[in-house]
Design a protein around this ligand. Structure first.
Ligand code: SAH
Length: 217
């Protein structure tokens, strides 16, 4: 499957839509403009790839809505070469956006099938980040500290282990809340013991679940 003029045109419209919804970061918009989102979806959904909607990606999970990806990426406020941990690889689309923004990306996924698929697929498209099969609640203590952490599933509360793995001066963007609606939180690490927490509106995510899943939920 390739990237046609039609797909490029639809992508441009999506970017205009995201800009009209308040996404201002030019680098984020340009990353979304260049990533073929249709290749991240099951073929059944290809015609919907450039609508601003979440879609199923298998294993009961979804690829986040483009607006949510753009919003979280913008809030993360990346600098080139930032070391970034993403919790919830899923389709790999968010990881591709972060990689295109010149971040050094580590992405962790608890579903074996999704991990396998993204690990194989992203490098084929030229997006080189590190894939880890594991539990995002625990993070990657051996590779810490991270300049930025992004959680792409709904966590019931701010995971303390992840705050501990954030560099002083770093930022974590995390949707917090149980049930259908989560509130986007920005956690800024001011010192080893202090954080500043602000909230940034309501979103809807699949839940963050404990531990790795080897096929039986
Ligand atoms: N960033 C993804 C969004 C996928 S949905 C994308 O761009 O497509 C959220 C993902 O988080 C799901 O794939 C789910 O399996 C994963 N997840 C849930 N709890 C997790 C945990 N504790 N550790 C790692 N991944 C987790």
């Amino acid at each position: 499957m390739k990237d046609s003029f039609r797909h490029k045109g639809l992508r441009k419209q999506l970017v205009q839509h995201l800009a009209s919804k308040g996404i201002k970061n030019i680098d984020v918009l340009s990353a979304i403009n260049s990533i073929p989102r249709h290749l991240f979806l099951d073929t059944a959904f290809v015609n919907f790839a450039y609508q601003d909607k979440a879609f199923p990606i298998g294993s009961g999970q979804t690829i986040s809505q483009p607006y949510t990806v753009a919003f979280q990426s913008q809030l993360l406020d990346l600098n080139p070469y930032d070391k970034v941990l993403e919790v919830g690889t899923g389709s790999g689309y968010q990881a591709a956006v972060l990689t295109l923004l010149d971040a050094d990306v580590y992405t962790i996924e608890r579903q074996r099938d999704l991990f396998n698929k993204s690990k194989f697929f992203l490098p084929k498209l030229g997006y080189n980040c590190r894939f880890v099969y594991g539990d995002g609640y625990k993070g990657l203590p051996k590779l810490a500290p991270f300049n930025k952490i992004i959680i792409t599933c709904g966590a019931p509360c701010i995971p303390a282990d992840l705050v501990a793995q954030l560099k002083v001066g770093g930022r974590m963007v995390a949707p917090i809340g149980e049930g259908d609606i989560q509130v986007m939180h920005l956690i800024e690490k001011l010192s080893e013991t202090e954080t500043r927490i602000t909230t940034h509106g309501e979103f809807s995510f699949v839940p963050m679940l404990n531990d790795k899943n080897n096929g039986v939920e």
